[in-house]
Design a protein around this ligand. Structure first.
Ligand code: 3H9
Length: 719
C-alpha cells in the first residue's frame, strides 16, 4: 500500500499504492508510517519524496471507511511524524492532492506540483472539515482570508494558483517525480526549522473579528442550513486565535460533531450516488461498461430560444463543431448576440479564448445534413416536434443520432416519426443549459444501446451529471414535480399563502420555494401544458365541479392567474409582485392575498392555520411518493438516480441527500403513515395514496437505501 525505494543514490521514494486515487485507507496509512520510519532510520537516505501511483498524488481519507469501525494509524500523528522528521520530505503532486491528501502534503517540508495538478480541501462538500490539521496548517501557510475561502468552499485550485498562494514551492511541466527528486537532492542536509508549518505563527489580520463575522454571515447565507461550512469558519478562527495544539483540539471537537451527523452521511451518499449514476444500465440490456458510444465531432442544435442557445454554447465549449439552426430571422439575430456574449463570458471565466468559430449559423434545416448528432430545442409542442423529426429523418446522414430536448413529451412517439427509431433519444437539459449540471438522457423503447451510450458520453464530455431514465410523462424530475406543485396549490386553497409555503421550503434548504420558482420560470409554461391536457376551463366558475377534473381534485389557481396576464417575473406579476416586468426581487402582493380570500369564499373554503410541518410533509412526501412509483415502474434504475436528478437539477439541498435518501432518514414507516393520514383527509388526491413499493419496503423492515434495488428487483421478477 506504500512502497519505499531508493533513487539517485540518496533519495527515499515513497509511493502510495491504492488505485484509483490512492485514498488513505488503514493499509495506506500503515504503509506510510512504516516507510517513513524506515526512510528516517536508513543512513543512506538523505531526503524523501512522497508520490502517488498512477499519476494521482492522493484523493484524501478513504471515504468508504467512514461509518465503519476505523482501524490502523491515525492521520494526525502520521503527518506529524513526517513533519517532525529530520530529513527533508518533498511531496510530488500529480493529478489530485485533495483533503487528507493535501494535508499529507502540508506535513511535508516542500511541495512540487505538476502544472496540471489540482489541490484543495473539499471536506466541506462531504459535511466535514479538514481535520488532519488542514484547518490549522493552511491558514498558517497562506494566511487567513485565502484559507477561509478554500476551506469553506472546498474549491480545487490549479497548480498555478497554488504556487501564487504559496501552497506549493515549485510547478513543473516535466516529470513531477524527477523534478521532486532533484529538488530533494538540493535540499538534503538543509535546516528544516523554517519548513514545519505547524510551528509557523498564524498571520493575524488587522480586523480579525470583522473578518470572521463577515465570513460567518457569508457561509450562513449560502449554506442554507448546512452545518459544515460554519464549523470550517470556527476551525480557521481557532487557527488564527489559538496556539497550534489548542487549535488542533478545537478542530477535533468540531470534527466530532460533524462526523456522525446526518448531513455528513447525506453528503457522502451524494458523492457516491453521483458516481453510481455513471454506471448506468437500461432494461434492454444496455450498460455503461459494454455499450460503445460513437464519436460525435459535429452536432447541430435546432431552435435558438433560451434552451437552444445554452445547448449550442455547451457543445461548442466541449470542442464540437456546431451548426445552429433557427428559421426566424429576428430570433436568429438575438440568438447570435446572446450566444457570443455567453461564449465570451465563459472564456473569460475559464481563462481561455472564446470558441465562437466553433458555431456556424443557418436559417435552413438542410444545414444539418452532415452532422453526427442533432439536438432539437424547438417549441414544446408535439405537432411541431413530430414534423421536425419527420424532416430530420429524411435530411440527416445515415446513423446520425436524433435527440429531443423535450422536458415531458413522449420520446417513443417522436421516434415513431422517423425511419430509424433506434437512433432517437431524449436529452433533457436544464436552463441555463450551459450552466446547469444535470442532463436526463431518456431512452425510448427502441433506442439502441449505442444511441444511449453516445448521449451519456456526450453529456459527460460536456461536464454534465448525466442520468439515464426511462420514457414517461415528465421523465423523472418533472414527473415528481407535478404532485409537489399540486400540493402547494391545495395548501393555498386551504389557507396558506405563497410566502408561507416558500418560507417553509427555503428553510428546509431549497434555493427557492415553489412559488418563487414558478414566477422565475413563468406560470404560462404549466398553463400551456394543462391546456394541452384539456384541464383548463376558462373563467371563475364556482361550485364543486370547478375544482375537479377527470374525477380528481384540481386547483385552477394557476390558470386564473394566467388569465389575468400574471405570468411571473416576465410580466412583473405572478404569485408575487416585482418592481417591473423582468424584475427579480419578489415582494408580497396584497392583490394576490385578497384574490385568494375571494377565491376561497367563492368555493366555500374556510381558511385554516397551516404550519411549516404540514407544508413540508404534504409537498415533500407527495414528491417522494411519486419517486417510489418511478422506481416501481422502472423509469429510474435506483434511488440514487432520482436523488442525483433532484440535487443537480431541482435545487434539493445536497446536505439532505436527495428526496429518496431523505425519506430513508425520516423513516419509511413515518413517510407511509403521514401519506396515509393525508390521503384519508384528501381522498380525491391520488398522489397522496402511498405507493405499493413504499408499503413493501416498510413491510420488509425499511431496509437501508443501498438495499432498495434488491426489493425492486424482486418486485419486477414477480411481475
Ligand atoms: C478527508 O480527506 C478527511 C480528512 O481531512 C480528515 C480525516 C480525519 N475515498 O471521482 P472519480 C473513488 S475526506 C474513497 O470517478 P475522477 C470514487 O468513489 C476526503 N474512494 O475519479 C470512484 O470509485 P468508483 C476528501 C474515493 O478521476 C473512484 O475513486 N477528499 C475517494 O473523476 C474514482 O473516482 C475528497 O473529497 C476517496 N477519498 O476524480 C476527494 N475519492 O470507481 C474526493 C475517489 O467505485 N474525490 N474515490 O465509482 C474526488 O474528488 C475525485 O474522486 C478525484 C478523482 C478528483 C480525486
Amino acid at each position: 500500500m506504500a512502497q519505499l525505494s531508493i533513487v539517485s543514490g540518496s533519495v527515499g521514494l515513497i509511493t502510495l499504492q491504492n488505485p484509483p486515487v490512492n485514498a488513505l485507507s488503514a493499509a495506506v496509512r500503515q504503509g506510510i508510517v512504516d516507510t517513513v520510519e524506515k526512510a528516517l532510520s536508513d543512513p543512506k537516505v538523505k531526503s524523501v519524496v512522497i508520490r502517488g501511483q498512477n499519476g494521482v498524488f492522493c484523493g484524501g481519507a478513504d471515504i468508504k471507511e467512514f461509518g465503519t469501525k476505523m482501524t490502523g494509524p491515525h492521520l494526525i500523528p502520521m503527518i506529524h511524524a513526517i513533519e517532525a522528521g529530520n530529513k527533508p520530505m518533498v511531496a510530488a503532486i500529480e493529478g489530485s492532492a485533495l483533503g487528507g491528501g493535501l494535508e499529507l502534503a502540508l506535513g511535508c517540508h516542500y511541495r512540487v506540483a505538476h502544472s496540471k495538478a489540482r489541490l484543495g480541501l473539499p471536506e466541506v462538500t462531504l459535511g466535514l472539515l479538514p481535520a488532519a490539521a488542514g484547518s490549522q496548517r493552511l491558514p498558517r501557510l497562506i494566511g487567513v482570508p485565502a484559507a477561509l475561502n478554500l476551506i469553506t468552499t472546498g474549491r480545487h485550485v490549479t497548480a498555478a494558483e497554488a504556487l501564487q498562494l504559496g501552497i506549493v514551492d515549485q510547478v513543473t511541466d516535466h516529470d513531477t517525480v524527477d523534478t521532486a527528486v532533484k529538488f530533494a537532492l538540493n535540499v538534503a542536509g538543509q535546516s528544516l526549522d523554517a519548513r514545519r508549518i505547524s510551528t509557523f505563527p498564524c498571520p493575524r489580520p488587522a480586523e480579525l473579528d470583522a473578518l470572521f463575522e463577515d465570513a460567518m454571515q457569508k457561509v450562513r447565507k449560502s449554506a442554507r442550513g448546512a452545518i459544515a461550512p460554519v464549523a470550517c469558519v470556527q476551525a480557521v478562527r481557532a487557527a488564527a486565535t489559538l496556539p497550534y495544539a489548542e487549535g488542533l483540539e478545537r478542530e477535533r471537537e468540531l470534527m466530532a460533531t460533524l462526523f456522525n451527523s446526518g448531513q455528513a452521511r447525506a453528503l457522502q451518499y451524494c458523492f457516491f450516488a453521483q458516481r453510481a449514476v455513471g454506471r448506468w444500465s437500461t432494461p434492454s440490456g444496455a450498460r455503461w461498461d459494454t455499450s460503445k458510444p460513437v464519436p460525435v465531432p459535429k452536432a447541430a442544435v435546432i431552435g435558438l430560444g433560451t434552451m437552444g442557445r445554452g445547448i449550442a454554447v455547451a457543445l461548442a465549449q466541449t470542442g464540437l463543431s456546431v451548426v445552429a439552426v433557427e428559421t426566424q430571422e429576428k430570433q436568429m439575430m438575438e440568438a447570435k448576440q446572446a450566444v457570443s456574449g455567453m461564449l465570451e463570458r465563459g472564456a473569460k471565466r475559464r481563462g481561455v479564448a472564446p470558441v465562437s468559430d466553433k458555431i456556424s449559423y443557418s436559417g435552413n434545416i438542410r444545414a444539418v445534413a452532415d452532422v453526427d448528432l442533432v439536438i432539437e430545442a424547438v417549441f414544446e409542442d408535439m405537432a411541431v416536434k413530430e414534423k421536425l423529426f419527420q424532416q430530420l429523418s429524411a435530411i440527416c446522414k445515415p446513423g446520425a443520432l436524433l435527440c429531443t430536448n423535450t422536458s415531458a413529451l413522449d420520446v417513443d412517439h417522436l421516434a415513431s416519426q422517423t425511419r430509424n427509431p433506434e437512433l432517437v433519444v431524449g436529452m433533457h437539459f436544464f436552463a441555463p443549459a450551459h450552466v446547469m449540471k444535470l442532463l436526463e438522457v431518456v431512452y425510448g423503447r427502441r433506442s439502441s444501446t449505442q444511441a444511449v451510450a453516445t448521449a451519456m458520453q456526450l453529456g459527460k464530455k460536456m461536464g454534465k451529471v448525466s442520468v439515464a431514465v426511462g420514457n414517461c410523462r415528465g421523465f423523472v424530475g418533472n414527473r415528481m414535480l407535478k404532485p409537489y406543485i399540486e400540493q402547494a396549490f391545495y395548501l393555498l386553497e386551504e389557507g396558506a399563502t405563497p410566502e408561507l409555503v416558500d418560507r417553509a421550503l427555503e428553510e428546509f434548504g431549497f434555493s427557492m420555494g415553489v412559488f418563487r420558482m414558478s414566477d422565475l420560470s413563468g406560470l404560462d409554461v404549466g398553463w400551456r401544458v394543462r391546456k394541452g391536457d384539456g384541464l383548463v376551463e376558462p373563467g371563475l366558475a364556482s361550485g364543486p365541479s370547478a375544482r375537479v377534473r377527470q374525477g380528481r381534485r384540481y386547483s385552477p389557481l394557476g390558470d386564473l392567474l394566467c388569465e389575468q396576464g400574471r405570468f411571473g417575473q416576465k410580466t412583473g406579476r405572478g404569485w408575487y409582485q416585482y418592481e417591473k416586468p423582468g424584475g427579480r426581487v419578489a415582494r408580497s402582493d396584497p392583490w394576490l392575498h385578497s384574490f385568494l380570500e375571494g377565491y376561497r369564499a367563492r368555493h366555500g373554503l374556510v381558511a385554516r392555520r397551516i404550519d411549516h410541518e404540514e407544508v413540508l410533509e404534504r409537498c415533500l412526501y407527495a414528491l417522494i411518493n411519486e419517486g417510489f412509483h418511478i422506481l416501481e415502474d422502472g423509469i429510474a434504475a435506483g434511488p440514487e438516480d432520482i436523488d442525483v436528478i433532484y440535487v443537480f437539477g431541482y435545487g434539493w439541498p445536497r446536505h439532505r441527500g436527495g428526496p429518496m435518501f431523505y425519506a430513508g432518514m425520516v423513516g419509511l414507516a413515518k413517510v407511509l403513515e403521514r401519506l396515509e393520514h393525508y390521503h384519508q383527509a384528501h381522498p380525491d388526491v391520488p398522489h397522496l395514496q402511498p405507493c405499493s413499493l413504499l408499503r413493501r419496503l416498510v413491510a420488509s423492515g425499511s431496509p437501508p437505501i443501498h438495499k432498495w434495488r434488491e426489493v425492486i428487483r424482486k418486485l419486477h421478477s414477480h411481475l
